[in-house]
Design a binder for this molecule. Structure first.
Ligand code: SAM
Ligand code: SF4
Length: 476
């Protein structure tokens, strides 16, 4: 094991170097000092990631590609020859962040440094980025990551401006190796892009059409992860349950879940994000039948009003969504449900907002990510009349978050006295204090007299509950 630093958070984590180096094309069987054709021996890179888990995982794969070419990862942009920002443009604030980072570099001042913009802002802004920040050398959207080795070779060859901006692709981004940030939990993309057309969302424009990965390739990677010591995998996709196996096996999403959970060594399987339209009883039946499938479903509703859902082009009504919730609540074991909600979509009336609040009561979510609507380029919602003032969006958001906080507190309090298995993934500086996650994805902070618990599964009894986490003690 070696200590790596995860650049965005700046904290260090353990990564299995043995698994990592054996997969390195540059390292395999080659003396460390020898320069290998196509490898940028001795070069360093820094990568900072903004946005969702899919971006985090894309960065892990990009880091894998770079390590495979002989680059070494460093902790600060100052120390790096190649500085990469993997960006998010889902809301305006997220998109602005990258330009503030780019503004920290000055043309000429950082001579010799190569700066690249990856991900959704790269796709959205394209070559305009070169105009706003002429010191940028690489602009590459996520649908073009397959071309990354070629683009890097061009940069290494002295080309100062390279782009990968196609979205019309049927390829997925599979790498020879992935440098994973987390030591026990591994992300794995099974479907890229999105074919839905939610009126507010940039993803179909920035990530391209839906492309599923063949199930044999997914299962092979899960086996490799289990061999490398990972016991928890999280299957990722913008609409993960819209998965369609392109291989002759034609596995359904639920069948794939069961197959992944069946790989020797895998103890927990998570999946996110599920789209309500493609969420069927078969998925709940799989969770019921297979204990390794975690008892948590993230099912974004976006609004509790059928009128707003129609305007959002979400393809389901409030009633249809509540039927999906009823399916999950009817499972034989309790399954926690979390969601995403947007307030202040154009035309959202006070009555529509009240319907969202009443849906919170009915759905009884265990967690909710809620956002003020943010108008985005290229999206149909941009042209809709009746924008809601920022102040009003803020008011609705505060009311919604307070109501959800009360629901979470009440739900978590019912867990006091119960014992859960947690995967321990954090250690406090205070002696004897640990943190882990339950199968339902709740954070459980606990005390234990034992040592070396990181990466272990332990039983913890809940003694206290707050809205966002639980407190407990190790049952020995
Ligand atoms: N694919 C997922 C789905 O269908 O729900 C969500 C993907 S998106 C990265 C995550 C969340 O960001 C969405 O569920 C939505 O709540 C929020 N979001 C997306 N576009 C937004 C916008 N223009 N303004 C505010 N929130 C937005
Ligand atoms: Fe965006 Fe809708 Fe696709 Fe989710 S399903 S990524 S919200 S377009």
């Amino acid at each position: 094991m070696v200590r790596f630093v995860s650049a965005p958070m700046g904290h260090s984590i353990d990564v299995r170097l043995d698994a990592l180096t054996s997969a390195l094309p540059c390292a395999a069987g080659a003396p460390a000092t020898k320069t290998i054709a196509g490898c940028a021996s001795g070069q360093t890179f820094y990568i900072e990631t903004f946005g969702c888990q899919m971006n985090v995982h894309d960065s892990e794969k990009v880091a894998g590609v770079l390590l495979g070419r002989g680059y070494r990862q460093v902790e600060t942009p100052e120390a790096a020859h190649l500085v990469l920002y993997n960006t998010c443009s889902i809301r305006e604030k997220a998109a602005q962040k990258v330009f503030s980072r780019l503004g920290q570099f000055k043309a000429g001042q950082d001579a010799g440094k190569l700066i690249g913009v990856l991900g959704c802002v790269a796709q959205q802004e394209g070559e305009q980025i070169f105009e706003r920040a002429p010191w940028v050398s690489l602009v590459c959207g996520s649908a073009s990551y397959r071309k990354l080795p070629e683009l890097l070779a061009e940069l290494e060859g002295g080309n100062r401006r390279v782009t990968g901006l196609e979205t019309d692709t049927d390829e997925t981004f599979e790498t020879e190796m992935t440098r994973r940030d987390h030591p026990f939990r591994a992300y794995l993309t099974i479907i890229e892009g999105c074919d839905k057309a939610c009126a507010y969302c940039v993803v179909p424009f920035t990530r391209g059409p839906e492309r599923s990965r063949p199930s044999p390739s997914v299962l092979e990677e899960v086996r490799q992860l289990a061999d490398a010591g990972y016991s928890e995998v999280q299957l990722l996709g913008q609409t993960v349950n819209s998965y369609r196996d392109p291989s002759p096996r034609r596995m359904s999403f639920a069948e794939l879940l069961v197959a992944v959970a069946g790989v020797a060594g895998i103890r927990r399987v998570r999946f996110t994000t599920s789209h309500p339209r493609d969420f069927h009883a078969e998925i709940v039946e799989a969770i019921d039948a297979v204990p390794a499938l975690c008892d948590h479903v993230h099912l974004p509703v976006q609004s509790g009003s059928s009128r707003v859902l129609r305007a959002m082009q979400r393809t389901y009504t409030r009633e249809e969504y509540l039927e999906k919730i009823a399916l999950i609540r009817a499972a034989r074991r309790p399954v926690s449900v979390t969601t995403d909600i947007i307030v202040g979509f154009p035309g959202e009336t006070e009555e529509d907002f009240e319907e969202t609040l009443s849906l919170l009561e009915l759905a009884q979510y265990d967690g909710a990510f809620s956002f003020k609507f943010s108008p985005r380029p290229n999206t149909p919602a941009l042209a809709l009349a009746d924008p809601i003032p920022e102040e009003e969006k803020g008011r609705r958001l505060a009311i919604l978050q307070e109501r959800q906080r009360q629901i979470q507190t009440a739900r978590n309090e019912t867990l006091i006295g119960q014992t859960f298995e947690v995967l321990v993934d954090g250690q406090s500086r205070k002696e004897g204090q640990w943190a882990g996650r339950t199968s339902s994805n709740r954070v459980l902070n606990f005390t234990s007299s034992r040592e070396n618990l990181l990466g272990n599964y332990v039983q913890v009894r809940v003694t206290r509950a707050g809205p966002n986490s639980l407190v407990g003690e190790h049952v020995i």
